[in-house]
Design a binder for this molecule. Sequence first.
Ligand code: KG4
Ligand code: ZN
Length: 347
Amino acid sequence: MLVLGIETSCDETAAAVVRDDRTILSNVVLSQLDEHRPYGGVVPEIAARSHLDHIGGLVAKALEEAGIGYEDLDGVAATAGPGLIGGVMVGLMTGKAIALVRDLPFVAVNHMEAHALTPRLTGGIDFPYLALLVSGGHCLLLGVSGPGDYRRYGSTVDDAVGEAFDKTAKMLGLGYPGGPALEAAALAGDPARFALPRPMLGRPGCDFSFSGLKTAVRQTVARLGGGTPDAATAADIAAAFQQAVADVLADRTTHAIARFRKDFPKGDTLVVAGGVAANKVLRATLEKTADKNGMTFTAPPLGLCTDNAAMVAWAGVERLQRGLTDTLDAPARPRWPLDEAPVKSQV
Ligand code: KG4
Ligand code: ZN
């Protein structure tokens, strides 16, 4: 089975072809970083227009690199949310148009489900598993039993963890995008020079909170005299911030492992996915957490942690294998909680 995947929910335009035997035949990603950099964040209108300019060419390139034509496809999968609505519409309409013209089954993919299922594409792991999804818009701990079958253990009560990385990096003058810049700066930093809080640490449950940590960084910068701190100070704050996030993720994940174990005695894998899972310090911390609790750790390779279309195509494969398809009136959804049934179409 060959599935074309399309991803346009944020600032990456992407198309990929994946086969049901877990082969990625092509995976093209066009980042819009340079277009958004002058604004220090993603501008939704610029993103939507750029997706529109590039998606056609990228789909053609994905097919060409895979060495196939439209006639070889068995299905089309496109991200239908959650994300920036203009961009989601561009990818969704492109996918629907291809499915309609070529008379192919169509899958409207939840972007977070695509992240959550990626370890099955890259590692072939079995259900059920515990997933920590950490991205620019989300921070979630889920028991994953199958496509559309999730048990939520915890989520953030305020900011997403990637958002906290991005905002902290901005306060430290580390540039855009914030996550990778902060990780790089932290390499030279001393995490012990500044004391930052660990919100939620030690509390019952598995929820997260990051806004207090962000505020503490702002206050630390202000106490130093305001403005952008010098490079050495920024590195120390970055290291302290990253360590605080690592401690919180480890604590919350330990709680979730206990609950997951009770619900799924046979499950023994911790999966970390989403853009923030590209962070090597966080990966190492969570690997230790898994180890301590007798769980096997897995995380997709870095390039498949951040947004891409191979994960969307794979979510399509998983759904098509189970006969789960969507009609061509599937809506674009700016918000789409993973543990809620997808909206049923009217016809
Ligand atoms: O999954 P993703 O590519 O897009 C969303 O669905 O949000 O995640 C993007 C987020 C951004 O907040 C980015 O700063 C963060 O992932 N990120 C990182 C790293 N690489 C990307 N955060 C920390 N360390 C990194 N190395
Ligand atoms: Zn994402």
